[in-house]
Design a binder for this molecule. Structure first.
Ligand SMILES: C[S@@+](CC[C@H](N)C(=O)[O-])C[C@H]1O[C@@H](n2cnc3c(N)ncnc32)[C@H](O)[C@@H]1O
Length: 188
């Protein structure tokens, strides 16, 4: 990770500056960001969907992690100010498309499938996002949901749904905000 930080020193400095100066960016915590980076490198996805861009920090991490694998990232942000910041922060990343609007409105219009999904937007809506996303999942898709520990009450419907489903194998990592990691198996 230190090598990566050296390689992208200006980008990391910009994200650190924004995080210290601007409230309510809610970027993924550093340990989870490192884990997300490694999971993308291990999975080598072709098409990532991110729900909740903020200023683009996690999109940036995933974009760097998969840049040699011809991977595309669709990321969705509803807040105009954060969408504009992400557009500026990510302008050099050629493998990211940032969609402006409510995820619930945009997901149905995405005419493709995904093999990696990162959910990090409105906690109560995780359950709605996953139900909209399921028809677009490839077999063996990896789904990561943030804030499962820090927002237990608001993410419980998502956790209960995905752990009860025979289509998903799931594990929880309880460090910091807490990630729920799931693998999707299409029923035959
Ligand atoms: C936790 S932040 C995302 C942080 C980002 N993933 C990162 O780690 O850098 C959640 C973001 O989701 C956005 N959001 C909330 N509800 C949304 C929705 N329904 N559709 C799209 N974005 C939404 C918020 O505006 C906020 O910027």
């Amino acid at each position: 990770m230190e090598k990566l930080k050296q390689q992208y020193i200006n980008e990391f400095a910009q994200f650190d500056k924004q995080k210290s100066e601007i409230r309510r960016l809610w970027n993924i915590d550093p340990e989870s960001a490192n884990l997300l980076f490694f999971l993308v490198q291990i999975k080598k996805p072709k098409h990532i969907l991110e729900i909740g861009t903020s200023n683009g920090f996690s999109s940036f991490m995933m974009s760097v992690a998969c840049q040699n694998d011809n991977c595309l990232i669709d990321t969705i942000e509803v807040d105009e100010k954060r969408f504009n910041m992400a557009t500026e922060n990510l302008k050099s990343r050629k493998n990211i498309i940032i969609h402006f609007g409510k995820a619930e409105d945009i997901i149905p219009s995405l005419d493709c499938t995904y093999d990696f999904v990162f959910i990090d937007a409105n906690k109560k809506s995780y359950i709605n996002y996953i139900q909209q996303i399921i028809p677009k999942l490839d077999n063996d898709a990896v789904i990561i949901a943030d804030n499962i520990n820090s927002h237990q009450e608001t993410t419980i419907a998502y956790k209960q749904f995905i752990t009860a489903s025979n289509s998903f194998t799931t594990m929880q990592l309880s460090h910091e905000a807490g990630l729920l990691i799931s693998i999707y198996k299409k029923s035959s």
